[in-house]
Design a protein around this ligand. Structure first.
Ligand code: PMP
Length: 290
């Protein structure tokens, strides 16, 4: 599904086939989840192939590497250059890009001195397709921000997302809504949440969430377009009085939500601010450039 015989990846300084690479079975990423990754998209825009918000994504990757005290030497500009080369080698224009830093062999609970950059890319549609999402509130909370760096994409953190999403699927929903440790609304398993009430938008304040790059882009579009947007802490009860809701993320883009648990959002999707923003987000991508 992610690669075939023609696929080229970047791995440890070289462009190779995925089957030509080796992973160290004693590596710390495999045993303890000490790795850092990103999820980026490239689009075929009016200005040619563009890696959308490349700088922001690679800066977040470096922030994660620093938080985990990895010995990682690539710069943002080097990684952006490799990404464009990789897209060209795979003949991709619209693609998902997955940089991953893995760490060396070490069973000690201290960050390994060794790190390797791998960048994979594949053609991938919107995470949730075009259907509106049915979300279930998870019994799993987002991690305590004092337990890890919640704003970084450290591989081990994603156990929390997997548990929440497995549970949602088991209960017949297609996405999970996670609360934070104080029982306030946090985010979805891999996307941020916005709600609309009386013509205004609200999104969860930073602190317990991954403050997504798409979330930032949406906030910027709102400010530019004069759409009222506020970052604040809100409860599940408040969310269940909202007129509409949507998720944002690089993989999900802007995805409308139909219901949370048994609460159905009353506004028809096409009449919501989320729908309007999903169009504006596409326009933003279309006019982006390197
Ligand atoms: N929350 C979580 C937990 C995520 O993993 C992601 C995806 N990186 C997001 C939100 C959305 O972030 P972005 O818009 O930067 O893709």
């Amino acid at each position: 599904m992610y690669y075939n015989q023609k696929t080229i990846i970047y791995h440890n300084g070289k462009y190779v086939k995925p089957t030509e690479t080796k992973i160290d079975l004693y590596g710390q990423t495999l045993h303890y989840g000490n790795g850092v990754f990103e999820g980026i998209r490239a689009y075929n825009t009016t200005n040619g192939v563009t890696v959308f918000k490349a700088k922001e994504h690679y800066e977040r990757l470096l922030k994660g590497a620093k938080a985990m005290q990895l010995n990682f030497k690539y710069t943002v500009d080097e990684m952006i250059k490799i990404t464009y080369e990789l897209l060209a080698k795979n003949n991709f224009t619209d693609a998902y890009i997955r940089p991953l830093i893995t760490t060396g062999a070490s069973m000690a609970l201290l960050s390994s001195e060794e790190s390797t950059l791998t960048i994979q890319t594949w053609e991938w549609g919107r995470l949730h397709g075009n259907d509106l999402l049915s979300m279930g509130t998870s019994s799993f909370q987002r991690p305590n921000p004092k337990s890890c760096f919640v704003e970084t994409k450290v591989t081990g953190h994603y156990i929390n997302s997997i548990l929440a999403k497995n549970e949602a699927k088991k209960n017949g929903y297609n996405e999970a809504l996670l609360l934070d440790m104080n029982e306030n609304v946090a985010e979805a398993s891999g996307a941020n949440i916005f709600i609309e009430k009386d013509g205004k938008l609200y999104t969860t304040a930073k602190g317990h969430i991954m403050a997504g790059i798409t979330r930032n882009t949406i906030i910027d579009i709102c400010k530019r377009e004069g759409i009222s947007i506020e970052e604040k802490i809100f409860t599940l009860e408040e969310l269940k009085q909202a007129d509409s809701a949507f998720l944002t993320g690089t993989a999900a883009e802007v995805a409308g939500v139909k219901n949370i648990d048994t609460y159905q959002f009353p506004l028809t999707w096409k009449k919501t601010l989320g729908y309007k923003l999903s169009k504006l987000y596409k326009e933003e991508i279309a006019k982006s450039n390197k």
